[in-house]
Design a protein around this ligand. Structure first.
Ligand SMILES: [Zn+2]
Length: 488
């Protein structure tokens, strides 16, 4: 299975035997170009300070629109490659309309196999084994660390090949992490590094970092610009203001409390079923992504398969247990944002017809077709075709038992593909991301009110995907009092 992934990245021309240069020679020449093997091996720490931008993957207005951007300031990354220690601090500020904290301070560390995060109150909390693995691989997204890893006698180098003006080599580090290094054939400097990773929505992704604008620092060549992509999406663009070698790095060891703490246990998923009207249940429980179950004459329909496979699997099971006499046949996916379409693949694997805004279809086809071989999900193990029912402006699902009207949310500044639902019999609004009783602010409150008025809906109660069930009067009052920002 791993082999198949590797092959994807290996599409390039083998170097003809006459020109064969060994993998080790390529690494040696790259080390030479960076400042020499001895100089590289002697480095105790590297500190990078700068600014840049981070994207909010899977949160664009439309599936092919630009990604929302976090502006990153006060970025500081310190690496101790010998000890396998890293500390990254940054401040990020949302450059998009956002209902949560628009400025966030992040502080993360890695000490060998122990990953940890420092909370806003300065408390160190141990992070998962997966976070430790990811951060260890991310540590190699720098020319010095990847060359040092390649020079380690425990590393395995293989598959030297050429791609345009670069030579590529596969590196398996002494710890078993697999990366591909590309070296510029003219300058001999490392040009980029790639590693495969699993993404809950996208499945197998190549995460690639380019090293650009090298400068001379104390006899070394170091990049002033690092650009990281996840699959086809931009992820992080860092402009280095200062490259510091062997500076005052501070203590990079994990705090004692973290070292002795056990690994965090995976979150326990619970799904409750609260009846809200005849044939309508609110499936809440753990977390803040709920679903709504509608009972029709001869079938059941879910509104939202959110977050990820585990959450949506539990929601689907719960829905089936609430009305065991009728089959669950449909899932309405409110919009394409990754936390709302995270259950798309498991819903397809379970044979459900997906109901969504027409502008999501091409993107959902892609999500269903993508390879998930690193972490095979239910759809990867039991492939099924995507059955989809598209909604343009509105659609009414109706039989003798139930009437649910679906409407496309118009002119929202943050969500272009959102469908919300209305049950006329009970005057219930069912929605995702229009309103959440727990948000800090409501920058698109005016747009929500505008949409409800436009559709001439008489809403008594909001039964949401995020937050608590509330009377519509309370919703309006909360939105009014914490409006802030623009938007309609
Ligand atoms: Zn949401």
């Amino acid at each position: 299975m791993r082999r198949a992934i590797w092959a994807v990245l290996a599409i390039s021309v083998p170097i003809p035997a006459a020109y064969t240069q060994s993998e080790a020679k390529l690494i040696d020449s790259a080390a030479q170009a960076l400042g020499g093997k001895a100089r590289i091996q002697a480095i105790r720490t590297i500190t990078i300070e700068g600014e840049g931008s981070d994207t909010n993957l899977g949160q664009n207005v439309t599936p092919d629109g630009d990604l929302p951007i976090w502006k990153v300031t006060d970025y500081q990354q310190t690496i101790d490659p010998g000890a396998g220690r890293v500390r990254v601090r940054e401040v990020r500020t949302a450059q998009f309309l956002f209902a949560g904290a628009t400025t966030q301070r992040q502080d993360q560390g890695l000490d060998g196999d122990i990953a940890y995060n420092i909370t806003a109150n300065g408390v160190a909390v141990r992070a998962s084994a997966a976070a430790a693995r990811d951060r260890r691989v991310d540590m190699f997204r720098h020319p010095i660390t990847i060359i040092r890893a390649a020079l380690d006698p425990g590393a395995k180098l293989s598959n030297l090949r050429r791609q345009g003006d670069q030579q590529l080599v596969d590196i398996t580090t002494a710890k078993g992490d697999r990366l591909i290094l590309a070296v510029n054939t003219a300058t001999k400097l490392p040009a980029r590094v790639m590693a495969m990773s699993d993404h809950a929505n996208l499945g197998d992704v190549a995460v690639e970092t380019w090293f650009l604008d090298y400068e001379d620092v104390n006899g070394l060549k170091l990049p002033r610009h690092l650009v990281t992509k996840v699959d086809e999406y931009p992820q992080f663009d860092l402009r280095v203001a200062k490259n510091i070698v062997d500076g005052a790095a501070g203590d990079l060891a994990a705090p004692e409390a973290v070292k002795s703490a056990p690994l965090p246990s995976p979150p326990v998923i619970t799904v409750t079923a609260e009846p809200v009207a005849k044939g309508i249940w609110w499936l809440a429980g753990s977390g803040n992504h709920r679903s709504i179950l509608f009972e029709f004459d001869d079938h059941l329909t879910l509104f939202e398969v959110p977050l990820n496979e585990a959450r949506s699997r539990a929601v689907i099971d719960k829905a089936r247990s609430v009305v065991p006499s009728k089959p669950l046949t449909e899932a309405i996916v409110s919009h394409h944002h990754f936390d709302h379409s995270g259950g798309l693949r498991v819903a397809v694997a379970e044979g459900l017809t997906i109901i969504t805004y027409s502008g999501n279809i091409a993107f959902f086809q892609q999500l269903v077709a993508r390879q998930h071989s690193i972490v095979p999900d239910e759809l990867a193990q039991h492939p099924r075709p995507l059955k989809i029912r598209a909604v343009d402006d509105e659609l009414t699902l109706q039989d003798k038992s139930m009437e649910v009207r679906l409407y496309h949310l118009l002119d929202n500044p943050r969500e272009g593909t959102n469908l919300f639902a209305y049950v006329p019999r009970d005057r219930i609004l069912v929605q995702a991301d229009l309103y959440d009783s727990t948000w800090d602010q409501y920058p698109w409150a005016a747009n929500v009110v505008h949409n409800i008025e436009l559709r001439k809906l008489q809403v008594d109660k909001d039964v949401p995907v995020h937050g608590e069930i509330q009377g519509w009067g309370d919703v309006l009052q909360t939105m009014q009092s914490k409006r802030s920002g623009a938007g309609r």
